[in-house]
Ligand binder design. Sequence first.
Ligand code: CA
Length: 239
Amino acid sequence: MTKILVVEDEAKIARFVELELTHEGYEVDKVDNGRDAVDLALSNDYDLILLDILLPQLNGMEVLRRIRKEKDVPVILLTARDAVMDKVAGLDAGADDYITKPFAIEELLARIRVALKRREAAATVAASEAPAAPSAQPAHHILAAKGVQLDVERHEVLVEGEPVDLTNREFEVLKALLENLNIVMSRERLAQLACGYDFVGETNIIDVYIRHLRSKIDDRYGIKLISTVRGVGYVIREG
Ligand code: CA
């Protein structure tokens, strides 16, 4: 049976989610504070965790960090409507997805199915790739434009030969743009490529990543790497 931990301090929401998930055939534990959430998450093998961000004792972001240190369990964050920075920080801290409160239960169930399926698919791939030839030298796949080099295998970005420190999601957004040079990418497409799921709305998180990339690369090195195409999206133009 698929086991889900619901971490939510608003009793009504927690109860409602518990009832719906139980009805869907999931086994549910629920907890109303961050400290117990960490204890339970680390001492049980949950298949998925629904995690509210504003929690007593320990906030959801800190709970996520502590869980991520030890476990790879899928985590879906429950966030407030306008908390774009929470969403970005949460995805960077290793959340698989987020859903904005108030949410329709159908949407939550759909997100849960996607997260569970994705984790299952990743586990299958990892298992089939397990006996990797240790002597095989990985080919370095390097994407480059305008003095920026992105090494896919090393997960490294160099600008004018200097390493630039990017978060995972910033890296994925930059990679998507470099892989599609001269092609204008919509926020939706970038979100799909960078976040790896069927993105529903709230593509303004892409604007946040672009802003971070511009401050780390364009502003710092005085280059114009990423162009905005008003009403459409973003592009790196070359040649
Ligand atoms: Ca809360």
